[in-house]
Design a protein around this ligand. Structure first.
Ligand code: NDP
Ligand SMILES: O=C(O)C1=N[C@H](C(=O)O)C[C@H](O)C1
Length: 265
């Protein structure tokens, strides 16, 4: 049976790609396209809006009566209402929105005591594989005699509102845990002095229509290793989100991530 899926944030850049990718997937049935109650796009056919042809699925601010999973790519402010719905109805949730407050993060953790949730800053398979490689690099280089400087550069489109990206922060957490680095700096200017050893530097670039690119630099004395992963369009995130929605079927309540979905744990 196809996984009956609701897309939350269906009118957005990612939402439209989810509609287009989901419409082509025989193991998925799109049963809801939810967007903000004030959106001027409400009532439009989600398939036509996504350039995927008519799907008889109007963009709406409310949910259908039944579904097997909700996939969310929206805004942090929508988190409360979204998780209330999912918890009330017992619906599994794939949560992809980034830039949450600590309070919103806590609400997701509480909801995961009741329903199964996959939450990941990136749904892309190659980004998640790069996270595994980053962990290995961090563990391997942790005690290198020359010292190791870790800098994370992320590039995204001009419309992105949060910074650094959720994925850059996730890379930073992985490398920080692996190497015991506790400090952070965001860009540098003026005369900050010599680079402290225990800090991770984040650099957020915003240009054009870049769908997402991350480089993790491990700088030693005498050599450098860089791990770089780049999307050429948004479909890697959409495909990963549907993989997660299928994986969630029959799972018990809990907070999972794409490392669990992809067997990378
Ligand atoms: N984890 C991952 O793999 C990825 C995560 N992301 C994240 O996904 C999020 C969305 O990105 P993107 O698609 O580019 O952003 P967009 O701004 O294009 O889309 C957000 C959508 O959410 C809608 N929205 C706003 N308020 C609500 C609400 N209360 N209920 C339902 N929908 C609402 C917006 O409607 P309106 O325009 O009318 O306000 C818009 O259609 C970001 O946080 C981004 O970082 C993005 C790509 C990959
Ligand atoms: O806003 C985006 O576009 C993206 N956001 C996510 C993030 O903040 O990490 C994932 C991806 O890089 C695209």
């Amino acid at each position: 049976m196809p996984v009956r899926t609701v897309i939350h944030g269906a009118g957005g850049r990612m939402g439209q790609r989810l509609i287009a990718v989901g419409a082509q997937d025989r193991d998925v049935e799109l049963v809801g396209a939810v967007d903000a109650s004030g959106s001027p796009k409400l009532g439009q056919d989600a398939g036509e809006l996504a350039g995927a042809g008519k799907l008889a699925l109007p963009l709406a601010s409310d949910y259908p009566d039944a579904c097997d999973a909700v996939i969310d790519f929206s805004v942090p402010e929508a988190t409360d209402a979204l998780i209330q719905q999912c918890v009330k109805r017992g619906w599994p949730l794939v949560f992809a929105t980034t830039g949450l407050s600590d309070e919103q993060e806590q609400k997701i953790r509480s909801a995961a005591e009741v329903i199964p949730i996959v939450k990941a800053a990136s749904m892309s398979a190659t980004v998640n594989l790069t996270m595994k490689l980053t962990e290995i690099a961090g563990r391997t280089l942790k005690d290198h005699s020359s010292g190791v400087d870790v800098e994370i550069i992320e590039r995204h489109h001009r419309y992105k509102e949060d910074s650094p990206s959720g994925t850059a922060l996730a890379f930073g957490k992985i490398v920080g845990d692996a190497m015991g680095l506790s400090g952070t700096t965001h860009g540098r200017s003026g005369r900050p002095g010599q680079r402290p050893r225990d800090e991770i530097g984040y650099h957020a670039v915003r240009t054009g229509d870049n769908p997402g690119e991350h480089t993790i630099i491990f700088g030693l004395l005498g050599e450098t290793i860089e791990l770089r992963v780049a999307a050429s369009n948004r479909d890697c995130y959409a495909t990963g989100a549907f993989t997660a929605a299928k994986w969630l079927q029959g799972k018990p309540a809990g907070l999972y991530d794409m490392q669990d979905v992809l067997g990378l744990r």
